[in-house]
Design a protein around this ligand. Sequence first.
Ligand code: NAD
Length: 206
Amino acid sequence: MSDASVAPLHGAALREGLLESGFDLRGEIRVPPGEGSKSMARLEAVLEEMLARGADRRTTVIALGGGVVGDLAGFAAAVALRGLPFVQVPTTLLAQVDSSVGGKTGVNLSAGKNLAGAFHQPRIVLADTDTLLTLPPRELRAGWAEVAKHGLLQGPMWEWCEANGRAAMAGDAEALRHAVLESCRLKAGVVAADEREEAPEGGRAC
Ligand SMILES: NC(=O)c1ccc[n+]([C@@H]2O[C@H](COP(=O)([O-])OP(=O)(O)OC[C@H]3O[C@@H](n4cnc5c(N)ncnc54)[C@H](O)[C@@H]3O)[C@@H](O)[C@H]2O)c1
């Protein structure tokens, strides 16, 4: 599953790679870009389309896109046929450093954001920093705010952010790779300590 902005940019590379590796593709589901796609109505449409395309219990759902696609596809995978495996292929910096790791999936309700969802861990998170080259600068900066947040939680990372922020925002491959790797390491540690946000104080929910 992808969105209508990301699929034309990065869908073909993923599709070709999977076909070359011998995977049987059941087709691609595209949703409109943006937060509006994280809705119960869109979830239902995605589930119906998955089943119409022949999804069965051996199907793996792949999320190619930003946090919106990851959250929606992950939730669809959690509930389709009582749970299918899924893989995150995040294409925004925010999704690579934060939302693709940790297994929180879901959609918004009129009562609030992310109020319907499931903890459903991806089998694989495949973050290719080359996909960030097509990301609008505003979205890159939004992701950098998450990297800086991780920096505030960990002294050496903050110093690295101060020294390398400009390079990362200019698209420097090494700086982006480091930001993604270190952020994922940090987030994975937080998730492993409190996967379902059950810690009475602090922990993952904060
Ligand atoms: N599950 C979690 O733990 C978690 C954590 C943080 C945020 N989130 C959720 O993530 C969502 C926000 O994610 P986001 O900031 O990635 O937004 P997004 O998914 O809406 O993507 C932002 C925009 O960038 C476009 N885009 C994505 N990748 C691109 C690329 N490589 N090149 C060009 N355009 C590209 C998208 O089409 C979209 O228009 C929110 O719904 C938020 O609730 C979830």
